[in-house]
Write a protein that binds this ligand. Structure first.
Ligand SMILES: Cc1cc2nc3c(=O)[nH]c(=O)nc-3n(C[C@H](O)[C@H](O)[C@H](O)COP(=O)(O)OP(=O)(O)OC[C@H]3O[C@@H](n4cnc5c(N)ncnc54)[C@H](O)[C@@H]3O)c2cc1C
Length: 402
C-alpha cells in the first residue's frame, strides 16, 4: 500500500487501514517535513497563539512506526507509472504498490501579477506558510488580505486579535460570494467592520508595490493604493492533480473518483481536496475542500482496500471560527428557491436554512449548534418541513426535525 500525500486525508487513511485490520506494508509519502497535521488551526487558534504545534498533529510521530507505517517525509513524488505500479520520487527513489491512494491535496492559488514575488506577499496552506504569516503580524502591523473567502476572513479576525490593522480586498461586490449567501455575507461584513477590519469590495488588484524588495502596498484599479507591511493572498486553491493527469487518469480540476474514492484504475484511489467527486445527495459531481470530506473519503478507500463494506454517504459539513463566532455549515446550496432565517442576526445567534421546495438543502449556523445539527439531519432525511415552525424559535429544533 502506497499513499502519496501525508496530509489530513492520507494520514487518516493510513491509520484507518491499520484499525480495519489491513496487515500489508503501508508507505506514506509526503512532501512536507512533518508528519500529518491539521490545517484548520493555522488560520485560527494556532495563528492567535492559542494552540501549539504539538496539538496540530493528527497522531504523535511515534504512532506510525508502532503501527508499521513507513513515513517517508520531505519527499516529493514526481511520477506515477501505472503500467509498472510504481511511484518515483524527486530524489530518484521509487516505491512499488499493489494499491495506491493519491492524497496530494491542493495548494494556495497564486496571483500572477507584478510584485507577487516581493517579500511579505504570503499565502497560507502549510505550517511553514503559517509561521511566515505569524511573523508578519503584531500590534501596529498592517495586513492586506486579498480575497474575502473563509481563510481570508479567519486570518483577518486572528490578525485583529494580534493587534494588526487589516484591510480585506475583494474582487466581487461582497465577501464570500463563492461560498455563502445572504444574510450571512452582510452579517460577517458588519461583524468584522465593528472589530476594525476595513473592506475594499468590487476592487481589482493590479499590482503589489514594494521598496527594497519588500511589499509596501497593493495597487487597486481606479482607487487609491492600500498601504501595508504584508499581504495574504487568499484567492482559492488549485488541486495537486498533475501526477494523476500525467499518468492518464481522468481529471476535471481534480482527480475524478466514484462514490467509493476509486479512479478508473482499480488499483488507484484518490481522496481529499485533490478529488472531483460525486455528491449523491445533490446528484452531481463537485469539489469539496474540508476536513469532513478528507475523513469521509479516507474511510471509503480504507474500507474497500481492507475488504469492508463502503460506509454510507454523509451530508457534507464544515466550520469556521472568527472572533467569538462559531460558524457551522451543512449541505450545499444547490437548486435552492427559498430561505428561512431562524434567530436574530443582531444577537449574533441565528441560522439560515436554504430550501428547495419544502426540503432543506443547506444550513449556515452562527453560534447555533442545535440548528446546525438538526439542519444536517433534515438535509440527509429530505423530510418536508414547515417554514413557519422552522422560523419560530419558540419551537425547538428537535420538534422541527421530529
Ligand atoms: C488555513 C486553513 C484553514 C482551514 N480551515 C478549515 C476548516 O475550518 N474546516 C475545514 O473543514 N477545512 C478547513 N481547511 C481545509 C482542510 O484543511 C483541507 O480540506 C484538508 O487539509 C484536506 O486534506 P488533504 O489530505 O486532502 O490535503 P492536505 O492536508 O493539503 O495534504 C496534502 C499533502 O500532500 C502533499 N503533497 C502534494 N503533492 C505531493 C507529491 N507530489 N508528493 C508528496 N507529497 C505531496 C502536500 O505537501 C500535503 O502535505 C483549512 C485549510 C487551510 C489551509
Amino acid at each position: 500500500m502506497v499513499i502519496v500525500g501525508a496530509g489530513h486525508a492520507g494520514g487518516t487513511a493510513a491509520a484507518l487501514l491499520r484499525s480495519y485490520g489491513y496487515a500489508e506494508p503501508i508507505t506514506l509519502i509526503g512532501e512536507e517535513p512533518i508528519a500529518p497535521y491539521q490545517r484548520p488551526p493555522l488560520s485560527k487558534a494556532w495563528l492567535k497563539g492559542e494552540a501549539d504545534a504539538e496539538s496540530l498533529m493528527l497522531k504523535p510521530e511515534s504512532f506510525y512506526a508502532g503501527a508499521g507505517i513507513e513515513l517517508v517525509l520531505g519527499a516529493r513524488v514526481t511520477s506515477l507509472k501505472r503500467s509498472e505500479r510504481t511511484v518515483c520520487l524527486a530524489d530518484g527513489r521509487s516505491f512499488a504498490y499493489d494499491s495506491l491512494i493519491l492524497a496530494m491535496g491542493a495548494r494556495a492559488r497564486a496571483l500572477p501579477i507584478r510584485g507577487a514575488d516581493l517579500a511579505g506577499v504570503l499565502s497560507l496552506r502549510s505550517a511553514s506558510d503559517a509561521e511566515a504569516l505569524k511573523g508578519a503580524l503584531g500590534p501596529g502591523r498592517r495586513l492586506a488580505v486579498v480575497g474575502g473567502g473563509y481563510i481570508g476572513l479567519e486570518v483577518a479576525a486572528s490578525a485583529r486579535f494580534l493587534g494588526a490593522e487589516v484591510v480585506v480586498i475583494e474582487r466581487e461586490a461582497a465577501i464570500l460570494a463563492r461560498v455563502a449567501k445572504e444574510p450571512l455575507c452582510s452579517f460577517l461584513t458588519r461583524y468584522h467592520e465593528a472589530r476594525g477590519v476595513a473592506f475594499e469590495v468590487g476592487a481589482m488588484v493590479e499590482a503589489f508595490e514594494g521598496e527594497a524588495g519588500h511589499v509596501t502596498g497593493v495597487r487597486l484599479a481606479g482607487r487609491r493604493a492600500v498601504a501595508c507591511d504584508a499581504v495574504l493572498i487568499g484567492v482559492g486553491l488549485a488541486r495537486n492533480d498533475d501526477l494523476a493527469r500525467e499518468a492518464g487518469l481522468e481529471c476535471v480540476a481534480g482527480v475524478v473518483v466514484d462514490g467509493e474514492a476509486r479512479t478508473a484504475d482499480p488499483q488507484v484511489f484518490a481522496i481529499g481536496d485533490v478529488t472531483h467527486r460525486p455528491i449523491p445527495h445533490y446528484a452531481r459531481m463537485f469539489w469539496l475542500e474540508s476536513v469532513a470530506n478528507a475523513l469521509e473519503q479516507a474511510r471509503q478507500a480504507a474500507s474497500i482496500i481492507a475488504g469492508r463494506p463502503a460506509p454510507p454517504h454523509e451530508v457534507t459539513w464544515n466550520w469556521s471560527d472568527q472572533y467569538d463566532l462559531k460558524l457551522q455549515f451543512a449541505g450545499l446550496a444547490f437548486d435552492i428557491d427559498d430561505m428561512v432565517v431562524r434567530g436574530d442576526p443582531a444577537g449574533a445567534k441565528f441560522a439560515v436554512f436554504h430550501l428547495k421546495g419544502d426540503t432543506v438543502q443547506a444550513v449556515e449556523a452562527v453560534n447555533a449548534p442545535a440548528e446546525f445539527m438538526a439542519g444536517r439531519q433534515l438535509i440527509g432525511q429530505r423530510r418536508p418541513i414547515s417554514r413557519a415552525r422552522l422560523a419560530d424559535t419558540a419551537v425547538s429544533m428537535k420538534e422541527v426535525a421530529a
